[in-house]
Design a protein around this ligand. Structure first.
Ligand SMILES: Cc1cc2nc3c(=O)[nH]c(=O)nc-3n(C[C@H](O)[C@H](O)[C@H](O)COP(=O)(O)OP(=O)(O)OC[C@H]3O[C@@H](n4cnc5c(N)ncnc54)[C@H](O)[C@@H]3O)c2cc1C
Length: 507
């Protein structure tokens, strides 16, 4: 029997467990799988709560469908008919400029415009700012480099205003990062590739959009599905929220596989196997251990085993964030809520990073006559705000919602979710850092580090990381059973750090 222990019951750990169990059941692979989760619930960052008719997401509220792994998992586990798309009517976002909400011009995707008139006529940018962005069309390629920060890239190609007014707030809404530190290679490499291949980002995006538009013409009306900001047409959720995925994965695991309130303290090598020691001293033995917890937690687990590996793991920086959900009577919000929400540039100096109009973005989030808003605070650039107590936090949130949406009324319901050190930051050089961890981890047969700290923070990346690590275990079992593989020799067993290997535009 091959004993596999997965540490951490977030989406990464659950995806790994599910993949192992799928193969065990389909092909009678001799495996004993145990998932150890420190808290009393599965899902990690993913949590949906149903309160008084509101469907409240305190972590992710959607995932992107262009990275195929989460969608493919949903199909395999029978969730296809539970998936819902974003509301087609208001697929756009707003950006705060001098205290007013202005829509991102239609066709402006993340960093650059793909349509002329909406961009030229938008009050979001000054005329000098627009002209500087247009310079991208004639500027030569920049120096070829391995990696570059988002801030350096956008300033170089599109100008400072493009960075401050659109790239920083849109990207901060995703990575909660400082753009002058965030690695473009590790997060949105396609923009670096666009410059290499097409020189101009605007030209490259315009060409890409033309192809996409041809493919996504609505068959019945012939109408193009418009997006602005993030590509909202590509995002999906579930009719009853993100917990649908977690609950379904949990139910599929045979009894006894997922064990809650089992907090792991240390992972030790013993002969050719592993001891997984809990904080209460209880010990599990395993042939393979997949560590699917935040890197700073993983570091503590392997400190005794390899201090250098632990130091590299704990050097991956994390940012805290707070998500506050607020419910209002629709009539108490003077703003038309004609979008999926807004993002706030750091130069606006507000407490909020972003706000999602949840009841507009997805159906079934609030009862008729009510609106559900979800605001984000903190991130790397305003981490200190996460220290505020609930009362101070709500005061700051309500002030911004008053100034920006004109809301005077008190919310009828509030739910504050704190995510301390939960968002890994990918600084310039992140991929090399991960490669170093990977090389070091390869010394230990059967040990793998998986999760959002390494190869992508989005749910699809996490699913992919978990499934890939599970497949590596299965490969190893197969090799051993057929007498080909040699275990415990200290050679590279094919384990190590499992990320998605590919990073993309959005989580
Ligand atoms: C506020 C917020 C919003 C987000 N929005 C989106 C979004 O809209 N779309 C998207 O795709 N992604 C989004 N993300 C990112 C995505 O949710 C995460 O990257 C992903 O859920 C991480 O999953 P994970 O399993 O790797 O880690 P986690 O969810 O952190 O799970 C790790 C698990 O390990 C457990 N654990 C920790 N220590 C121990 C221990 N010692 N012993 C045992 N167990 C332990 C924890 O309790 C936890 O259950 C968001 C993230 C945040 C914070």
């Amino acid at each position: 029997m091959n004993r596999v222990i997965i540490i951490g019951g977030g989406i990464t750990g659950l995806s790994a467990a599910n993949r192992l169990i799928e193969e065990q059941q389909a092909r009678q692979v001799p495996l004993a799988v145990t998932l150890l989760e420190g808290s009393d619930r599965l899902g990690g960052t993913i949590q949906t709560q149903e309160v008084d008719g509101f469907l409240i997401e305190t972590g992710p509220d959607a995932f992107i469908s262009t990275k195929p792994w989460a969608l493919a998992l949903c199909t395999r586990i029978g969730l296809s008919d539970r998936l819902i798309r974003t509301n087609e009517t208001f697929r756009r976002t707003h950006i705060v400029r001098k205290g007013a909400l202005l829509p991102v011009p239609e066709g402006f995707l993340m960093l650059a415009p793909t349509r002329f008139w909406p961009f030229v006529t938008s009050p979001l940018f000054s005329w000098p700012g627009k002209l500087r962005m247009a310079l991208d069309l004639v500027l030569p390629r920049g120096p070829q480099c391995e990696d570059e920060s988002l801030g350096s890239f956008v300033t170089r190609r599109l100008g400072r205003e493009a960075l401050e007014r659109i790239a920083q707030p849109l990207v901060s809404g995703i990575y909660t990062a400082d753009p002058d530190v965030l690695s473009l290679r590790a997060t949105m490499p396609r923009f670096l590739d666009m410059e290499t291949q097409h020189r101009s980002i605007i030209t490259a995006m315009w060409r890409e959009q033309r192809t996409v538009a041809q493919r996504t013409r609505d068959g019945t009306s012939g109408r193009k599905i418009a997006d602005s900001g993030a590509r909202y047409s590509l995002f999906v959720s579930f009719d009853r929220g993100m917990k649908t995925l977690i609950d379904t994965l949990a139910v599929r695991l045979p009894g006894g596989v997922a064990q809650r309130q089992k907090s792991v303290a240390t992972v030790r090598r013993r002969d050719a196997a592993w001891d997984v020691v809990l904080s209460d001293g209880m010990t599990f033995q395993a042939d393979a251990v997949l560590i699917a917890v935040p890197a700073h937690r993983a570091a503590g687990m392997v400190q005794e085993l390899d201090a250098e590996l632990a130091a590299d793991l704990s050097a991956i920086p994390y940012a805290p964030s707070v998500v506050v959900n607020l419910a209002y009577r629709r009539q108490d919000i003077p703003h038309p809520l004609d979008g999926f929400g807004f993002v706030v540039p750091a130069i606006e100096r507000r407490s909020l990073i972003a706000c999602t109009f949840s009841s507009v973005k997805f159906a079934g989030r609030a009862p008729d006559g009510w609106a559900l808003l979800r605001v984000f605070i903190g991130g790397t650039m305003q981490a200190h705000l996460c220290e505020l107590d609930d009362e101070e936090l709500l005061r700051a949130v309500r002030k911004d919602l008053h100034d920006l949406l004109g809301i005077e009324a008190a919310p009828r319901l509030t739910l504050i979710a704190r995510h301390p050190a939960s968002m890994p930051q990918y600084p310039v050089g992140h991929l090399q850092h991960v490669a170093r961890i990977q090389a070091r981890a390869a010394r230990y047969p059967g040990l793998a580090f998986i999760g959002n700290a390494y190869g992508g923070i989005g749910m699809p990346d996490c699913v992919h990381a978990g499934e890939t690590a599970a497949e590596q275990v299965l490969e190893r079992v197969k090799e051993r059973d057929t007498g080909f593989g040699v275990r415990g020799t200290g050679g590279n067993s094919g384990f190590g750090v499992r990320g998605s290997g590919k990073q993309g535009e959005k989580k």
